[in-house]
Ligand binder design. Structure first.
Ligand SMILES: O=P(O)(O)O[C@H]1O[C@H](CO)[C@@H](O)[C@H]1O
Ligand SMILES: O=c1cc[nH]c(=O)[nH]1
Length: 292
């Protein structure tokens, strides 16, 4: 994109108070180190570990708190449920970092953000139990969002996509899956040697798109068992959540570093769940903050 392009007000919407449209933050609210969580209430849990708080802003499902953790500037923002929300959050955080709101032009010097999503997830393998943590080393997006962006092929693992679609006999009426790696440096830093590196599916819904039947039947009732027996480089798909692929894909396209780490709250193979999962998520948040 030409650096001298003036981005029209209808394409990047800036509110009267100088904040960006949905997340309602102004450029001075941005921090380079950003924790992302689905649940707006989880932002309070993250901020309970902060030593100082600079701001607390809420708009729709987007709740942001900025402050300091052990002397380090940091912010946490919620994105709600679903990959479509992550596309909004990433685009608007990047705009705060890399677009001059007065001239509406891309700034000459790129600012790189470190983005770590801490989420909850359903396990697809027996030995990944409730309470375990798994890093989305590769995120498999079932939502199709990245396919709308030029250059999506440059940031995706095309070989994995081909092998996966062929193995599970992907239905052509579904959006084409895209597969994006997490940032390797962030994964080393946050995952150290005690968090499992997995292949995570970012589903486009919670029920049928993750193989759940409540009252409605699945179009392909065998999809989950095919996913469970699929191997890439000898490794299985480990878990379901909903935002890792769009996060990692948008971050790569925009020149940021991103990863997702999830706490398992549902065991899909053993058909088990823990609704009292918040203490486990609290442990994960504290670990991530210490390593950020
Ligand atoms: O716990 P969070 O971060 O919301 O993550 C997971 O939980 C939600 C579904 O219950 C989806 O957003 C999924 O990605
Ligand atoms: O099974 C699960 C649990 C949490 N989040 C998901 O998306 N799926």
């Amino acid at each position: 994109m030409a650096e001298d392009r003036i981005i029209p007000p209808s394409e990047l919407i800036i509110n009267d108070d100088g904040s960006v449209f949905h997340i309602h933050l102004r450029p001075e609210h941005l921090r380079d180190n950003i924790l992302l969580v689905g649940d707006p209430e989880r932002v309070n849990m993250v901020a309970s570990y902060f030593d100082e708080i600079d701001y607390d802003i809420s708009s729709r499902e987007f709740h942001a708190i900025g402050g300091r953790y052990k002397g380090k500037d940091i912010m946490c923002i919620s994105h709600g449920i679903g990959p479509d929300n992550i596309e909004i959050v990433l685009t608007e955080l990047d705009a705060l970092a890399n677009i001059d709101f007065k001239t509406r032009k891309v700034k000459p010097h790129h600012c790189t953000l470190n983005l770590v999503r801490v989420g909850t997830s359903g396990s697809l393998v027996y030995d990944l139990k409730i309470g375990d943590f798994v890093v989305a080393q590769k995120a498999i997006g079932f939502d199709g969002i990245l396919n709308f962006y030029a250059d999506r092929d440059k940031v995706c693992d095309l070989d994995f996509e081909k092998a996966f679609c062929s193995y599970v006999a992907w239905d052509p009426t579904w959006a084409a899956p895209y597969v994006v790696d997490a940032d390797a440096d962030l994964v080393d830093r946050i995952g150290k040697d005690d968090m499992l590196r997995g292949y995570t599916i970012a589903a486009v819904g919670f029920y049928a798109p993750q193989g759940r039947e409540v009252r409605l039947k699945l179009k392909d009732p065998h999809l989950n068992s095919k996913i469970e027996s699929f191997r890439y480089d000898g490794r299985p798909v480990t878990n379901f959540e909903m935002e890792s692929a769009c996060l990692q894909g948008m971050a790569r396209l925009l020149g940021h570093k991103a990863m997702t780490v999830c706490c398992i709250i549902a065991q899909r193979v053993a058909e088990d769940v823990n609704t009292d999962y918040k203490p486990f998520v609290g442990n994960l948040i504290e670990t991530v903050l210490q390593r950020f």
